[in-house]
Design a protein around this ligand. Structure first.
Ligand code: EPU
Length: 420
């Protein structure tokens, strides 16, 4: 199995360039199929989730060619297939966006249910509710989501909870619907806004992205577009937290600092100094880190995708910190792995109480999902001695060049293969 081997205790310093946002990219790849034309996506992160989706796009007839590592040309003129089988979608949950886009374009989509996930059930009832409200008939049979509609007609859809996936999927299905679709209680995440901007560049008429109410006026035709994906706020946050845990000084470059506000504010509360520039944030740690309480929320609140990394940081900060996870019912599974490194954490339902001020010690631990893996790496950077993080395939799904980027900042980390 492949591991990341980390020798902790090195102070990070320097600059790190942030790649395009994973969760925007995995929505925009399917979105590029909305028109019968050619799209160019720039600033695509070079990560496993992107490659899995590109494979899925190819399997349904899209021609995808990389101009360089981060630029993809997608020609969707030959897409006639509205079937995405399990083999091509099993690797990434975001393949469910194929349902919305194919249903919108062809009035028909048959897409395998995406695979499970390691932090609890991930229902898609709100996606389905949206498709049905637009006039589609949706069935789940033999592990496939089968959606079809004679015609889709715009309507008002009120989401029972704020869902990034449902907001984007309904938006994709509604592009060509007759009349106006209104999504109330929509997700406001930067990647929702970015996907709407991309679709608008292709000819869609979407307003209100980034607010609670989105309005989509159906169009008759879409065309190709060239579009640059926003930077990844979660990748940037992970490097800031990595800098903080080593008492270092780290600048994250090529970012939109506004997207980092909730993260920067929390790090400041923990006694980090934050300097904000046009496209960068610099963090340094002038004294002792102090603890804080964190509650994950939808944007612009503190993102759940940085919760595990923050837990690692709270372990070394002075005092007790309480983390409340409000988005996912079961996103604390990684804590038993983190505890191998000496953390003092008690979990009660959706709350974790972290006793800080701990000198972490290197250990062998397994990533249970992408952000769990990132948290173990962050903890390893501060731990005394050697840490081995296993299941790195999870980390590869969402972080481009993690080892190289951390090495450039002064960490001692490498990828190793260890026989079972
Ligand atoms: N939910 C439902 N029904 C639905 C949809 C969602 O009950 O139909 C619930 C979920 O179970 C969850 C909450 O609503 O409790 C929020 O789920 P959401 O739909 O917003 O999540 P998602 O779209 O499946 C995306 C990201 C996740 C990130 C969440 C929350 C992608 C591909 N994934 O998931 O990212 O945690 O939004 O911000 O965009 C990650 O990057 O590590 C990751 C897991």
């Amino acid at each position: 199995m492949e591991y990341f081997e980390i020798v902790g205790g090195k102070r990070l310093s320097g600059e790190v360039y942030i790649n395009g946002a994973k969760n925007a990219a995995v929505a925009m790849l399917p979105a590029a199929l909305a028109g019968n034309d050619v799209c160019v996506l720039e600033n695509l992160p070079n990560i496993e989730d992107v490659h899995s989706l590109v494979d899925a796009l190819r399997k349904i007839g899209a021609k995808c060619e990389f101009r360089d590592q981060h630029t993809l040309v997608i020609d969707s003129r030959d897409v006639t297939d509205h079937n995405a089988h399990y083999e091509s979608v099993k690797k990434t949950r975001a393949s469910y966006y194929l349902v919305g886009v194919l249903l919108g374009r062809f009035g028909k989509a048959t897409v395998a249910l995406p695979g499970g996930c390691n932090f609890g059930t991930r229902p898609i009832d709100q996606h389905i509710k949206g498709f049905e409200a637009l006039g589609a008939e949706v069935k789940i049979e033999h592990g496939m989501i089968i959606a079809q509609a004679e015609r889709l007609v715009g309507t008002n859809i009120y989401l029972d909870l704020v869902s990034v996936g449902a907001t984007i999927n309904i938006m994709l299905a509604a592009i060509y619907a007759e009349g106006t679709t209104i999504i109330e209680n929509a997700a406001k995440e930067p990647h929702v806004v970015d996907t709407a901007n991309f679709l608008n560049a292709m000819g869609a008429k979407i307003k209100g992205a980034g607010t609670d109410v989105m309005r989509i006026v159906g169009v008759k035709e879409m065309h190709g577009a060239e579009y640059m994906i926003i930077p990844d706020q979660i990748e940037a946050g992970t490097y800031l937290i990595a800098g903080a845990i080593t008492g270092g000084e780290v600048t994250v470059r090529n970012i939109i600092p506004k997207h980092m506000d909730s993260i920067s504010a929390k790090l400041q509360e923990m006694n980090c100094q934050i300097e904000v520039g046009d496209d960068f944030v610099t963090l340094n740690v002038p004294g002792k880190l102090t603890s804080a309480n964190i509650k994950t929320m939808t944007y612009p609140g503190f993102p759940t995708d940085l919760q595990p990394q923050m837990t690692a940081l709270l372990c070394v900060a002075e005092g007790t910190g309480i983390i409340t996870e409000t988005i996912w019912e079961n996103r604390f599974q990684y804590i038993s792995e983190l505890k191998r490194m000496g953390c003092l954490i008690t979990v009660e339902g959706r709350m974790a109480v972290v006793e800080g001020g701990t000198q972490l010690t290197g250990a062998e631990a397994l990533a249970t999902d992408l952000r769990a893996g990132a948290a173990l790496v962050v903890a390893g950077l501060a731990a005394k001695g050697r840490t081995l993080v296993g299941n790195v395939r999870y980390i590869d799904r969402g972080y481009e060049d993690l080892v190289q980027k951390l090495t450039n900042l002064g960490a001692e980390i490498r990828r190793v293969e260890i026989e079972e």
